[in-house]
Design a protein. Structure first.
Length: 255
């Protein structure tokens, strides 16, 4: 009797919920993550095709991320990425196919076929589970987006308060070590909208929405040049417009 084909074997091996392959092939997935220096210890994958941060094997966060999707046939696909490096993609379907082929070549496959009714029922279940997973991922994505917007709104209010309470550089003799090292006078910085904290230690740089002109966040720069953006503040679509005539230049920072 002929050995089971791949689709029949996969249905018998994993059932309708193909996400179970995540646990089955966890060592291979973990190796793929580690190949770019990422750790997935304790990670529960979110299948929404969005970028999600990962901690590096050096316990540092910020350089590594993953995206995960569910194929039409229910199998998960995960891509690990590191900034400035190549990505590492792993497909649970490919891993399952390799396992099926190995068993087939060794003559170890169960030769008992499944009925067409069983196969049809399993396919319907797979489609249902895949649709439910997609709906769940979309709901989670919407919730995260709303949480992000709420944080941005709160940060914009905090930024407006801090900028309003900041002092003009002229009150501190138009001097600040960071500006001096960059060859910028306090008068020039103040004209651009840069202020300074009440103790004169940190420059307070406003970032405005390019369309509405409203302040959306701030950047702080201390005397040693250490920079920090307001937590939760929106950066996309933000700018600090410095007045003048002639050619307009787009720059990464104030200096």
């Amino acid at each position: 009797m002929a050995a089971l084909n791949f689709d029949s074997w996969a249905l018998k091996r994993f059932g309708s919920d193909r996400q179970s392959t995540i646990q089955h092939y966890w060592p291979e997935i973990e190796n793929a993550a580690q190949s770019i220096g990422a750790s997935i210890n304790g990670v529960s994958f979110i299948f929404d095709a969005d970028f999600h941060k990962l901690i590096g094997t050096d316990n540092k966060r910020g350089k590594h991320s993953y995206t995960a999707t569910i194929r039409q046939d229910g199998f998960p696909t995960i891509t690990f990425q590191k900034i400035g490096c190549t990505s590492s993609r792993i497909s649970c379907r490919d891993l399952a196919y390799q396992e099926w082929k190995r068993l087939k070549d060794q003559g170890l496959l169960d030769s008992k076929s499944i009925s067409e009714a069983e196969a049809a029922a399993w396919r319907r279940d797979t489609e249902t589970i895949t649709a439910e997973n997609k709906a769940s991922a979309e709901q989670q994505a919407k919730a995260r987006e709303q949480e992000k917007r709420d944080k941005q709104t709160a940060a914009a209010k905090a930024a407006a308060r801090e900028y309003s309470n900041a002092r003009f550089l002229s009150l501190f003799g138009n001097e600040h070590p960071y500006l001096e090292r960059k060859g910028i006078t306090g008068t020039e910085a103040e004209a651009a909208g840069v202020k300074v904290s009440a103790d004169g230690e940190r420059l307070i740089i406003p970032i405005f929405d390019a369309l509405t002109g409203e302040i959306i966040t701030i950047q702080r720069i201390d005397r040693n040049g250490n920079k920090a953006l307001l937590s939760g503040g929106r950066k996309q679509g933000g700018l600090l417009r410095i007045g003048g005539k002639g050619t307009a230049w787009v720059c990464e920072g104030v200096a």
